[in-house]
Design a protein around this ligand. Structure first.
Ligand code: F6R
Length: 632
């Protein structure tokens, strides 16, 4: 753990290796307070949050209750918010979430639990919100407030534009917040547009505040809240004015903080090879000069005088880093046979490798590494793909209806009960009902067929593709996935069967409760269990990243360029994932579709290499090498 307060940070932060380590310190503060108050016959008032972030904290509190005999009888809780228009019973209501994640497992008396009423009538909602505020005051005010942070910078549902004096009220959700919740609600159109939330002023009144954030996707907004000037465009930045607040972060969520991203600006860093590469490439982009044209003055004027003094002169340093980056580029992702490989990212031998690509759901593989997949196949490697989950939760009903109609029109005889059940359920289905098994299976089949069509374009046939359907996904809902031994016992034997020389996998540093995050942690455990296998010594693991999230230049160990033709083949492969296209097509928004996103990202990387003074390619896909147990 690092406790940091430096000249860049306006809010104290604590940074931990992962969310599990991070929450132990908060849990301890809460538990100590509960015990201390119990010994004085007093209550503790907790302000609670929902979402994926606090889940590990609630698990730890439940552990204290079940294993360490901690009673919560003196705890009074106030939740931050609730979707407006959702009943307590709705599977996505925060009432239901809190019951499942905490209240059903500890002994807080029911009348000490408070959550805003999502079904409050329009005529009474103002008074209900006021009553909520009064109840907090009556309970003695909040002792400890737990917060997550949304990508808009919201705390509670206080979206950009909220004021520091705002109190509990009905609010409209930001479009990005709606987008982020779309998966939970099986589509953007199902996400409520309004919510009731405590105000910023209500939160500021708490005596102590912990804001938690995990995963790369929160890094940008955390940096803004912690380091930029207080502004209502990032509501969490109002916490800069709180005198007892700490941001509890994992490494990934902290990664944009200046002292971690540009450590040379925050003191005297240890100049590791990766940091030197980061500093030089960053200087090149900052000054708009190719690496080989940087001069001493550029280093001196941009806070890098000790680097150029220690490792310079600039000319030599430039060449060294230029070569290092140059050596990451290869058109041979499986290694180039019969050449000296001492400066290549992959080994030459064995010339033909067994390659395993692991994808958390169908689509992530081709969208991040479709070009590389095609190359590996065309260069003769034996490529297998394993989809770790079925991806059925991400198929909109409209796609399932389309398929069922088609089957109906074909009059498949005998009409099997599977189709009948799915059809009957869809006719009756209310907006938020959980799918029955038959419909989930149908949706899984839709994704399976899309994946097969997509891989065929990359040259990979059906026989090389496996759909694992890991139980954590099949038995869970978004943000509520639980890994068990069953998941490991399915994945490890599949890897062992293939005995790969190369594994491509994603999810490293992803938000830990996301499908990719969970899938990576199953992979990590599976690999741990295989470490003693002799073939493992010859197995290299390459990490790819999903979405529009590329590695930083200094993190990249292998960069695979794609020609214009290869890029359009990749687009074609991504395009096969029909159920994942947006439901309301908009020609202006192609960059938001999976194929558009992949193309923009790969071209952007190519442009970056070009700006650094390396060769100019059409597009580039990137990978980082990973050793089991290694933090990168
Ligand atoms: C939840 C809440 C929100 C979440 C935020 C982050 O009660 O108030 O502000 O904390 O949207 O959500 P997750 O944790 O799901 O990333």
């Amino acid at each position: 753990m690092k406790h940091v307060t430096n000249s860049f940070e306006r809010i104290p932060t604590e940074v931990y290796k992962n969310s599990l380590e991070a929450i132990t310190s908060i849990a301890k503060v809460i538990v100590d307070l509960i015990r201390e108050r119990q010994s004085n016959g007093k209550n503790v008032v907790l302000g609670l949050a929902t979402g994926s972030t606090p889940v590990p904290l609630y698990k730890e509190l439940i552990r204290y209750h079940s294993e360490e005999d901690l009673s919560f009888h003196n705890v009074i809780t106030f939740n931050l918010d609730e979707y407006y228009g959702l009943s307590k019973e709705h599977p996505e209501s925060y009432h239901r979430f809190m019951q499942d994640q905490l209240f059903d497992h500890v002994d807080i008396p029911d009348d000490q639990i408070h959550i805003p009423n999502g079904m409050s009538q329009k005529q009474t909602v103002f008074q209900d919100c006021k009553d909520y505020e009064d109840a907090i005051v009556e309970a003695g005010g909040i002792d400890i407030q737990i917060l997550g942070i949304g990508r808009t910078g919201h705390i509670g549902f206080n979206e950009p534009g909220s004021t520091i004096n705002s109190r509990t009220r009905r609010v409209t959700l930001d479009s990005l917040t709606i987008k982020d919740a779309a998966r939970d609600f099986l589509g953007e159109m199902n996400v409520p547009k309004y919510a009731i939330t405590m105000g910023i002023g209500t939160i500021m009144d708490a005596r102590k505040v912990f804001l938690m954030a995990w995963g790369q996707s929160k890094a940008e907004v955390v940096k803004k809240a912690v380091e930029e000037e207080l502004s209502d465009t990032i509501p969490a930045s109002f916490l800069q004015q709180h005198d007892n607040v700490t941001f509890i972060l994992d490494n990934a969520a902290a990664s944009e903080l200046t002292y971690l991203k540009f450590p040379w600006l925050a003191g005297f860093p240890e100049w590791t090879p990766e940091l030197v590469c980061k500093a030089v490439s960053n200087l090149s982009l900052l000054t708009g000069k190719p690496i080989l044209k940087l001069i001493d003055k550029d280093y001196l004027e941009n806070g890098l005088s000790d680097l150029v003094t220690e490792l310079g002169p600039s000319y030599q340093l430039n060449i060294r880093i230029f070569n290092e980056i140059q050596h990451t580029i290869t058109g041979w992702p499986g290694g180039k046979p019969n050449v000296d490989d001492s400066h290549r990212p992959e080994r030459a031998e064995p010339a033909l490798k067994r390659v395993l690509v692991l994808s958390p759901e169908p689509l992530e593989d081709v969208s991040a590494m479709g070009g590389t997949l095609s190359r590996l196949v065309s260069q003769g490697h034996d490529v297998s793909v394993i989809y770790m989950t079925s991806g059925n939760l991400a198929v909109p009903d409209i796609e399932a209806r389309w398929t069922l109609n088609l089957l109906g029109q074909l009059k498949v005889e005998p009409v099997n009960s599977f189709i009948e059940d799915a059809n009957a359920f869809l006719i009756e289905k209310c907006e938020f009902d959980e799918d029955i098994q038959a419909l989930r299976e149908l949706k899984a089949l839709i994704r399976r067929n899309e994946a097969l069509a997509s891989l065929e374009i990359c040259g990979i046939g059906k026989g090389k593709v496996k759909f694992l359907h890991l139980p954590f996904y099949e038995k869970g809902r978004y943000r509520r996935f639980n890994i068990t031994q069953e998941d490991l016992s399915l994945l490890a034997p599949e890897i062992k069967k293939i005995q790969p020389h190369q594994i491509f996998v994603t999810g490293y540093k992803s938000e830990p409760s996301s499908v990719e995050g969970k899938a990576f942690s199953v992979f990590e455990k599976a690999i741990e269990s295989l470490l003693d296998e002799s073939w493992m010594k010859d197995c290299w693991v390459w990490l790819y990243r999903g979405g529009d999230n590329e590695w930083n230049i200094s993190e990249i160990d292998m960069a695979v360029p794609c020609s214009p033709d290869e890029l359009s083949r990749k687009n074609h492969a991504v395009y096969q994932h029909r159920s994942q296209r947006s439901q309301t097509p908009n020609i202006e928004q192609n960059h938001l579709e999976a194929w558009g996103q992949a193309m923009v990202r790969n071209r952007k990387t190519a442009k970056l290499y070009d700006e650094l003074g390396l060769a100019e390619y059409e597009s580039i896909e990137c990978f980082a090498r990973w050793q089991p147990g290694q933090a990168k």
